[in-house]
Design a binder for this molecule. Sequence first.
Ligand code: BMA
Length: 312
Amino acid sequence: MVNRPVISRYAGNPILTPGDVPYPVVTVHNAGMVKHHGRYMMLFRSHRHNGRSVIGLAESDDGYRFTARPEPFMVPAADGIFAKYEEYGVEDPRICAIDGTYLITYSAYSRHGVRVALASTDDFEHVKRISVITQADYRNVVIFPERFGGRYARLDRPHSEIAPWSIWISYSPDLIHWGDSQVVMSREQYHWDEMKIGPGATPIRTGAGWLHIYHGVFQTMAGAVYRLGVALHDLNDPAKILGVADDWILQPDDPWEITGYVPNVVFTCGAIHEIDDTLKLYWGGADSVMCVGTANIDDLVNLCLEHPRAPM
Ligand code: BMA
């Protein structure tokens, strides 16, 4: 068992705030992360003053001190199919490095609901929209950074009244057409994630399996609390879950996680696996600021295997 906090918060949190962004924004949160030529690239979400979101880019040499670019990286598309589905904003990007490119999945909001769209970049200068890859009422698509039997795999989170907020897997030969879907994780009653669960950071390959840090929500009399948990998926068959840690690994504790645009939220869209087998985990605090912490990969794996909850 791990006795110390499994995630060590960086003493300099929060690492990116609205005041660090050169254009007017109210929030900075829920950032996708990747290392590009040794530099930490952070694609973060910001609410503008009209309540709709855009995606910005901040860069860092050490993973802690970030500089935001002068202009947003992605704003709602102006024409075509993407304009129709991004009218209300683009949100919560995740980045997957695969086949020498970076795939970006993000929520596209419109009067037709929330869907997930796919874009790509090779250099973080130009971005190309590829396809809208879910129907409405889906969020949180994370693509695995490897193929399985030649097919891409993703985790996502559909939602409907009779199938509320659970984590599913599906596969694709070409990133556009997805199928073979099955549910892999569901909420647990009277548990910290009893209201909702959804994919978080892009899964990380470890010797023991794919580590997936996800979010879970508990409804209280004072509103919802967003926490983070961890699951381990089989390396060759990611539909198979080897263990889900029973306890959360992070909950809102710092003042900027407890109070903000949406109180009591820690929400991740990205983590970086360092060569010394530590993880830098990035999360949005209270939908307002970006934070970082570190963890040992082995501790997270052990939590899944040694202190799991009952299977779904
Ligand atoms: C979810 C999403 C996230 C957000 C969270 C807490 O439904 O909108 O982007 O961080 O709520 O407000």
